[in-house]
Design a protein around this ligand. Structure first.
Ligand SMILES: Nc1c(NC[C@H](O)[C@H](O)[C@H](O)CO)[nH]c(=O)[nH]c1=O
Ligand SMILES: CC(=O)[C@@H](O)COP(=O)(O)O
Length: 235
């Protein structure tokens, strides 16, 4: 297991590697990170390298990560199994997407982002079902039913809660979050939280394909990784 891991070429989605960069980006492209066995003959350390030499601050931070790798011999020895979902072997994976109609102008864009990401990562259209519910409050119960159906490897939950004048916002946000969490725990199928929780419409538009990216795309990638982790490693 560890030997094959050493030669794995691993594509981390850019948004997930934001913490490695000084600048932020709205793109959802990937940064190829190569996991290499250390050239030191007896060493079992793995290190990261990137072909994106020009990225601002990226190399310095990768070098810093390498240092941490060298120090952290516990998690990097060949004896330790590292299990992680892949985003490349997706053709057998099936997904349900639960979408809230409330604030539909936002949730439709999030759904579009999610479907585009599924397409980019070769998830088959026939393997995706989209289920509409009235509002984010209703997402959890639908997600749990879908998870328990055993038809899907992951359930992606999409909604947009935007603060109004009363405390209703907090109730809907907390219910949506705990509903999605419970759906995952109760069904044993990863239920992914793609619900925007925003103070105003501008914040929501920015995260639905605007200058802050598309949360639907990002969470679709999370769904793929978790589906793959469960299907290929945690069965
Ligand atoms: N205000 C928002 C809602 N409210 C509706 C609830 O989600 C629910 O449908 C209703 O209370 C009936 O149970 N939903 C959102 O998704 N976003 C909001 O901003
Ligand atoms: C997030 C909400 O629940 C919102 O639409 C409700 O608005 P209000 O608090 O003004 O009733």
């Amino acid at each position: 297991m560890a030997a094959s891991f050493a030669s794995t070429r691993c594509f981390l989605p850019l948004y997930q590697s934001r913490h490695l960069q000084n600048n932020t980006t709205s793109s959802c492209s990937t940064v190829p990170l190569h996991l290499n066995r250390n050239s030191n003959s007896n060493s079992k350390l793995l290190s990261l390298s990137s072909s994106h030499a020009g990225r601002n601050g990226f190399n310095a931070v990768v070098e810093n990560e390498r240092k941490k790798d060298r120090l952290s011999s516990f998690s990097q020895t060949a004896a330790v199994r590292n299990l992680m979902g892949s985003v490349t072997n997706t053709q057998a994976l099936r997904f349900a997407v639960v979408v809230a109609r409330f604030n539909e102008i936002i949730t439709k864009r999030l759904l579009e982002g999610a479907l585009t990401t599924f397409h980019h990562y070769s998830v088959l259209e026939d393997n995706i079902d989209v289920v509409w519910v009235p509002g984010s409050f209703e997402i959890g119960v639908a997600a749990e039913r879908l998870g328990k159906s055993q038809k899907y490897h992951a359930v992606l939950c999409i909604g947009a809660v935007i603060r109004g004048d009363t405390s209703h916002y907090d109730v809907v946000v907390n219910s949506a979050a705990s509903g999605v969490l419970s759906a995952g725990l109760n069904s044993g199928v990863p239920c992914i939280f793609g619900v925007l929780t925003c103070d105003n419409m501008d914040q929501a538009l920015n995260r639905a394909g605007g200058k802050s990216g598309n949360k639907g795309s990002e969470t679709a990638l999370t769904a793929i990784e978790m589906a793959s982790l469960f299907e290929h490693h945690l069965k």
